[in-house]
Design a protein around this ligand. Structure first.
Ligand SMILES: Nc1ncnc2c1ncn2[C@@H]1O[C@H](COP(=O)(O)OP(=O)(O)OP(=O)(O)O)[C@@H](O)[C@H]1O
Ligand SMILES: O=c1[nH]c(=O)c2[nH+]cn([C@@H]3O[C@H](COP(=O)(O)O)[C@@H](O)[C@H]3O)c2[nH]1
Ligand SMILES: NC(=O)CC[C@H](N)C(=O)O
Ligand SMILES: [Mg+2]
Length: 546
């Protein structure tokens, strides 16, 4: 089981020194990624691998702490995922701390000889728990003896604890909320401390990892940056060329700047007009590339190609897959053009893929996300064709959006890029529900979106909103405009706040703002007589409508 200090993981991240890693074993919870994030926010490196990884794969990473994630399964179900045989013995032999969260806690209870049963009542949503006076451990002195609000999402519960365990918190309904066995270093939380609705969740994780487990908080973005530059230099041969798909968004701009730092002018950037861009976006993006970014970028107008392939397609996943495929065709053609120019064909494609894109798309083998459900195929991940000539470089694949922004600011990427709201690669195709080519849906949506975004900017709200956009619905409603009956389109405005796009709340505009925007839209955009606002959080909705 011995491995060198600072060994690198399959994902290319240095472990940051033996014995300081927090390793998450994923059992498919939609929140698993958030555990990773929260821990990184504490400046502690954390990685996530499949919950059914082998004992060797776990031991190789030399974790100080292993967190067993939540998951959709019941521990009683046939084929319910579990840690490998020998894991408990390994943890005890090497003094590894183990924290089970929700399903992870139930797994720990069951495997150590306790009993998990279907609870009388399911507990979903915000709950109050009490942490009675008792021994120090999972909770520090500030939490002990008090109440806190936590986020629960479970149907099973621990009804008999394994020997040596004590209950350190209960929900006000009486179910077990937290357990520990300090001498064996095993801990469990029935709720999700990683979700912001658990008001003291972050403090609980901090206390547990830093004070109880003695993990060092020394993981820094500067180190990640230097490590990535080194990885790219090693991967790309000295006379190999690379193309970069640049969208004008935060992720690809940071990725391009990073790769440029590593390989200089062997990087060739391409921006694609797929016919699904926003109002005047092509001109605006190309001119900011020139004025602010100083990287050579080729613009390819492929709008007809994309739109003709999308004609008549209504299914959201189909649309995403078609778009992913067309992007790759364009990149291959661009590589061919470069070959004619340079006398050498570029071998790599840089994409600004982020961790959330990977988590929510079809989980690729080896990603460690094998127990999660596919939410939607992000065009740059699940939408990619199986056979690709270009090899991928995705330097941001393990980072969340706010981490990418941090990296961008270390790289001096101009704020005009870093502060932009995210815009999905499939663009307006996931905001015009149904067939995007029907009627003048795209044109109507562009106008509505522009009015909405400009109004937000004029009101000084752009930087406090994570993402805002309009959606076109393929339905018509009756209205009265200028004393005439109209039968026109319905559009929806969506604005959210979020940290990383994985969970989101809707943004609360004041009434006057909304009244003004709706008036502007109905007065200026022909074909719209009704405007709605989407006030659904994520979950249960997603950010984009498709
Ligand atoms: N119009 C485009 N032209 C070229 N590449 C694109 C285009 N749209 C998306 N891509 C590629 O797909 C990747 C994923 O798109 P995504 O929208 O998630 O990232 P982004 O545009 O870089 O950042 P943001 O999320 O802030 O919009 C991009 O990083 C880029 O590599
Ligand atoms: O590059 C992308 N390719 C895609 O296919 C894609 N789909 C969604 N998004 C963006 O991701 C964030 C989360 O969106 P969802 O809640 O709709 O999945 C939001 O910021 C979305 O705009 C995408 N980005
Ligand atoms: N969120 C979870 O991990 C749920 C665990 C298990 N599926 C239950 O319902 O109790
Ligand atoms: Mg984008």
């Amino acid at each position: 089981m011995e491995t060198p200090v600072n060994s690198r993981t399959a994902n290319g991240v240095a472990t940051g020194g033996a014995g300081n890693l927090v390793l998450i074993l994923d059992y498919g919870s939609q929140y698993t990624h958030l555990i990773t994030r929260r821990i990184r926010q504490l400046s502690v490196l954390s990685l996530c691998i499949s919950g059914t990884s082998t004992i060797d794969a776990i031991a190789k990473l030399k974790p100080r702490v292993v967190i067993l994630s939540g998951g959709p399964h019941s521990v009683h179900a046939a084929g319910a995922p579990s840690f490998p045989d020998g894991f408990i013995e390994y943890a005890e032999e090497y003094g590894v701390f183990v924290l089970g969260i929700c399903y992870g806690m139930q797994l720990l209870v069951q495997k150590l000889g306790g009993v998990v049963a279907v609870g009388e009542k399911q507990e979903y949503g915000k709950m109050e728990i009490a942490v009675p006076e008792g021994e120090w451990g999972l909770y520090g002195p500030e939490a002990i003896g008090g109440h806190q609000t936590v986020w629960m999402s479970h149907g099973d519960e621990a009804v008999k604890l394994p020997e040596g365990f004590t209950v350190v918190a209960r929900s006000l309904q009486g179910s077990v909320a937290a357990i520990q066995n300090r001498s064996r270093r095993f801990y469990g939380l029935q709720y999700h401390p990683e979700v912001t609705h658990s008001t003291q969740g972050m403090e609980t994780l901090r206390h547990f990892l830093l004070d109880v487990c003695g993990v060092n908080a020394d993981w820094k973005m500067q180190d990640v940056l230097e490590e990535e530059i080194k990885v790219i230099k090693d991967k790309v041969g000295p006379d190999e060329h690379v193309i970069c798909a640049l969208s004008g968004g935060v992720d690809s701009t940071v990725a391009a700047t990073l790769v440029h730092k590593a390989i200089g002018d062997r990087l060739h950037c391409v921006f694609v007009d797929n016919g699904l861009l926003r109002y005047k976006e092509r001109d605006r993006v190309m001119s900011t590339f020139q004025s602010d970014l100083h990287l050579p970028v080729t613009c390819i107008d492929a709008s007809e190609q994309f739109l003709s392939k999308l004609k008549g397609v209504k299914d959201p996943e189909m649309k995403r897959k078609i778009i992913g495929r067309e992007f790759i065709c364009i990149f291959d053609d661009f590589a061919q053009e470069q070959e004619e120019k340079l006398g050498k064909r570029p071998t790599f494609l840089v994409q600004g893929t982020l961790y959330p894109d990977v988590i929510e798309s079809c989980p690729p083998p080896g990603s460690g996300m094998t127990h999660s459900h596919t939410i939607k195929s992000h065009h740059n991940v699940g939408g990619l064709p199986k056979e690709m000539k270009l090899k991928l470089i995705e330097p941001l694949k393990l980072l969340f959006k706010d981490e990418v922004r941090k990296m961008g600011s270390i790289l001096n990427v101009p704020e005009s890029f870093l502060k932009r709201h995210p815009f999905p690669g499939p663009g307006l195709a996931v905001r015009v529900l149904g067939d995007v080519t029907e009627g003048n849906a795209l044109e109507i949506l562009r106008q509505v979106d522009e009015i909405f975004i400009q109004s937000i900017k004029e009101a000084g709200l752009y930087d406090s909103i994570w993402q805002a956009f309009a959606v076109f619905l393929p339905v018509q409603s009756v209205g009265v405009q200028g004393d005439q009956r109209t039968h026109s389109h319905v559009v929806v405005l969506r604005a959210i706040t979020s940290e990383d796009g994985m969970t989101a709340d809707w943004y609360y505009f004041d009434h006057k703002f909304l009244v003004d925007v709706v008036r502007k839209i109905c007065n200026n955009v022909r074909g719209v007589n009704r405007v709605c606002q989407d006030i659904t959080s994520k979950p249960p909705a997603t950010v984009e409508w498709e």
